[in-house]
Design a protein around this ligand. Structure first.
Ligand code: 1PZ
Length: 205
């Protein structure tokens, strides 16, 4: 609201994920729950640009990110967040921090694939890119009802120019920010996967 920074959501997302990437590539390699959940919260405004049909996706994503923000008040790193749930035998428990982390990670992947698809597409419609991203990142983990609802929502998406407009970008500035996010989020997503896989937790549930 009048804040110059909040008017450039794509840039804020790209910058936050570049910072996470830098942390992962540094000596320490330990990602704080606070900086991770903050970066993830910056993705939420994108939903507003997708129209009412995605309200339920927004509610689910925002609630899970909020849980991670809450967790950051008592847990330092993503690593210790997982370790706690392992000790408490609550990794897969509905609503657990670890489970929410895996769900949020899928949201990040969805946005990454969406941007990749937008970058290689010319037409004005976002239906192709959004469908592809959903199909690869989330559909395998959703039941019939959710998949049908998402498919219906795909018809109510804005067109590419509208989306960039709402985000206060033009084609070329949007491309730059999307490219940054795609590169940085790949590192972040791989890091989260490694946290799960090295502990034998799997990522397919
Ligand atoms: C132009 C872009 C179009 C994007 C279309 C996005 C469609 C996403 C629809 C997701 C619906 C999610 C409904 C709720 C699903 C929950 O059942 C699961 C499991 O949660 P649990 O059992 O652990 O409580 N939640 C999820 O799978 C997390 C979904 C996160 C969605 C993030 C999407 C990010 C897309 C951003 C696009 C800008």
């Amino acid at each position: 609201m009048g804040d110059l920074e909040t008017e450039k959501p794509l840039r804020k997302i790209a910058e936050a994920f570049k910072e996470l990437e830098a942390t992962i590539n540094s000596q320490a390699q330990e990602v704080e729950v606070a900086s991770f959940s903050h970066a993830c919260s910056l993705v939420s405004p994108l939903f507003g640009c997708l129209g009412i049909a995605f309200k339920f996706a927004e509610m689910d994503y925002v609630a899970k990110v909020r849980d991670l923000v809450e967790a950051s008040k008592s847990i330092d790193t993503l690593q210790s967040l997982l370790e706690r749930d392992i000790k408490g035998n609550s990794v897969r428990k509905p609503g657990s921090h670890t489970r929410n982390l895996l769900r949020v990670r899928r949201g990040l992947d969805m946005v990454k694939i969406l941007f990749e698809q937008i970058l290689v597409t010319k037409g004005g419609s976002l239906k192709g890119p959004a469908s592809k991203a959903y199909e690869l990142a989330l559909a395998p983990h959703h039941g019939w009802t959710i998949r049908k609802a998402v498919a219906a929502g795909m018809y109510a998406l804005p067109i590419r120019e509208q989306l960039f407009n709402t985000l206060n970008e033009d084609e070329s500035s949007a491309r730059l920010q999307m490219q940054s996010y795609v590169a940085a989020s790949a590192t972040v997503i791989m890091h989260v996967d490694k946290l799960f896989l090295t502990r034998g937790l799997g990522i397919d549930w």
